[in-house]
Write a protein that binds this ligand. Structure first.
Ligand SMILES: Cc1ncc(COP(=O)(O)O)c(C=O)c1O
Length: 417
C-alpha cells in the first residue's frame, strides 16, 4: 500500500491545527456589555464601540481616518464613490485576487480593467498597470495578496504621474508594513475585511482607512444612508445636506468583538511571522518549490495565507494534486483563487449576467495576455492556512514533512486509477 494518506496510508499530522477565530471570556464579556447597554447599532453613527474601533484600528495600522463598515467589499465601492469615481471610469485591478476587487468597481458603475501580476509576489505588476492606463483610468486597486505586498513605491509613483486614486485592498494585510508604513496608509484609501477567516475578525465587517478627514466624512455619509458627517467621519454635520447612500454600518456588537481581536492581534502576528520565516527556510530546501520573494521594502509581513509556488515538472505533480494530497495528510491548504479572467462573472457564454454583455470591448480575454496570473492559478500556487503558523515549530515541521513525503511518493499518484 502507498505511504500517502490520500491512498490509504498514515496521515503526517493527526492533531488538528488551532481553530480560527480564537475566542475566550473577553469576547463573551464584550458582547454582553453591548447587549446590556441597549446600544446595539443605529445612529448617530458611529456608536461608542464603533468609534473606539475606528480610533484603535487607525492606531494599529499607523495612520489614516478609519470608517468601520459592513464588509471588505463595500469598503472599496465606497472608496471609489467617495473619490467621485463611477460611470464609465476605468479602475485597474490585478488578475489574481478574490472577485470582490473587481466587483466593487462595477458596483460603483466603473469598469474593472484586469492586468497581470508580478511572479515574485503574485501582486499587481506596476509595469502592466502602466500599460493599461487610458484617459478614462481613474484608480488602481493593488491587492496585498496572502502574505505579500504590491510594490507601493512604483504604484504611488504611477498614480502621481497620472493623477489616479489608489485603494489598497488590504483584506489579507492587517498589520503589514511597507518601509515601516502600515498597509492601507500609503494609498488614498486602505480597504480591510473583518470577515470570519481574516486575521482580525468580527464574523463579518470591514474598515476603510481614508487619507484625509474630508474623504472619511464622505465615506461615513455614504454608508450611513447619506446622512451628513463631520470631517474625519464622526457623527452628523448639520450644515451639510444628505447625499445618496445606503446602510452599510457596522453593528456595535461586531465592533466590540473587533476591539478584543485588536488586543490579541500583536502576539498572533508575531508568532505567524516567526513561524513563516522558519517555513521560508525549510521550504527552500525542497526541489521544485519556489518560496515567493520577499521585497526588502516589505518590512513587516502579515500572514492571512502563506503562498508558495511549485514548478510542476520539477516537483513531480500539479499544484492541485499536491493540495489534495496535503489535505489528506492533515495539512490545511488550498490552490487559491482562479485567475480573474476565468470567473463566470466575465464570461458571456457561462452567465447571462456576465459583465461583457454590457461592455464587450473590455473583456476580450482571448486577446488578453495574463500569463503570470494564469500560471499561478492553473499550475503553481499553494496556499497554506494561517493556522499552520500558530502551532509552534511542529506545525511547520509537519507541513514540510508532508510536502516532502508527497514528493517522494509522487509516482504512486500517477499510477492510481
Ligand atoms: C482580496 C480580497 N478582497 C476583498 C475581500 C472582500 O472582503 P469581504 O468578504 O469582507 O467582503 C476579500 C474577502 O475574502 C479578499 O480576499
Amino acid at each position: 500500500m502507498s505511504e500517502l494518506a490520500i491512498l490509504g496510508g498514515p496521515k503526517t499530522r493527526t492533531e488538528a491545527y488551532p481553530q480560527w477565530p480564537v475566542w475566550d471570556q473577553r469576547d463573551i464579556d464584550a458582547v454582553i456589555e453591548v447587549i446590556k447597554s441597549g446600544r446595539w447599532g443605529g445612529f448617530p453613527y458611529p456608536g461608542p464601540k464603533t468609534a473606539e474601533l475606528a480610533q484603535k484600528f487607525a492606531e494599529m495600522q499607523g495612520g489614516g481616518y478609519a470608517v468601520p463598515m459592513a464588509n471588505g467589499t463595500v469598503t472599496m465601492e465606497v472608496a471609489l464613490r467617495a473619490a467621485g469615481i463611477g460611470w464609465g471610469d476605468e479602475v485597474i485591478v490585478p488578475a489574481y485576487t478574490f472577485q470582490a476587487t473587481a466587483s466593487a468597481p462595477m458596483a460603483a458603475g466603473a469598469i474593472p480593467v484586469i492586468v497581470d501580476v508580478n511572479p515574485n509576489t503574485y501582486c499587481l505588476d506596476a509595469g502592466a498597470a502602466e500599460k493599461a492606463i487610458t484617459p478614462k483610468t481613474k484608480a488602481i486597486i493593488p491587492v496585498h495578496l496572502g502574505s505579500n505586498m504590491a510594490d507601493m513605491d512604483a504604484i504611488m509613483a504611477l498614480a502621481e504621474q497620472h493623477n489616479l486614486i489608489v485603494i489598497e485592498d488590504c483584506a489579507h494585510a492587517h498589520g503589514a508594513k511597507w518601509l515601516g508604513k502600515g498597509a492601507g496608509t500609503i494609498g488614498h484609501f486602505g480597504s480591510f475585511s473583518l470577515q470570519s477567516s481574516k486575521t482580525l475578525t468580527t464574523g463579518e465587517g470591514g474598515i476603510l482607512l481614508c487619507r484625509t478627514p474630508e474623504l472619511a466624512a464622505k465615506a461615513a455619509s455614504i454608508i450611513d444612508c447619506g446622512r451628513p458627517h463631520a470631517l474625519g467621519g464622526g457623527p452628523e454635520d448639520e450644515s451639510m445636506d444628505f447625499q445618496v447612500g445606503g446602510n452599510f454600518r457596522l453593528s456595535e456588537i461586531a465592533a466590540a468583538l473587533a476591539l478584543v481581536g485588536i488586543e490579541r492581534f500583536p502576539a498572533q502576528a508575531q508568532e505567524r511571522e516567526k513561524m513563516a520565516a522558519y517555513m521560508d527556510e525549510s521550504l527552500s530546501e525542497i526541489k521544485g518549490v519556489r518560496v515567493l520573494k520577499r521585497d526588502e521594502r516589505h518590512t513587516t509581513r502579515s500572514f492571512y495565507r502563506y503562498i508558495f509556488a511549485i514548478n510542476p515538472s520539477e516537483f513531480g505533480m500539479e499544484h492541485e494534486e499536491l493540495c489534495d494530497a496535503l489535505d489528506a495528510e492533515g495539512i490545511d491548504c488550498w490552490v487559491g483563487y482562479e485567475a480573474m479572467h476565468n470567473y463566470k462573472l466575465f464570461q458571456p457564454q457561462k452567465s447571462r449576467l456576465a459583465v461583457p454583455n454590457a461592455f464587450p470591448q473590455y473583456f476580450d480575454f482571448a486577446s488578453m495576455n495574463l500569463p503570470e496570473a494564469a500560471r499561478a492559478c492553473e499550475h503553481e500556487a499553494v496556499w497554506l492556512d494561517e493556522s499552520i503558523f500558530r502551532a509552534g515549530p511542529k506545525g511547520v515541521d509537519d507541513a514540510v514533512a508532508a510536502i516532502k513525503k508527497i514528493q517522494m511518493n509522487a509516482p504512486d499518484l500517477t499510477t492510481r486509477d
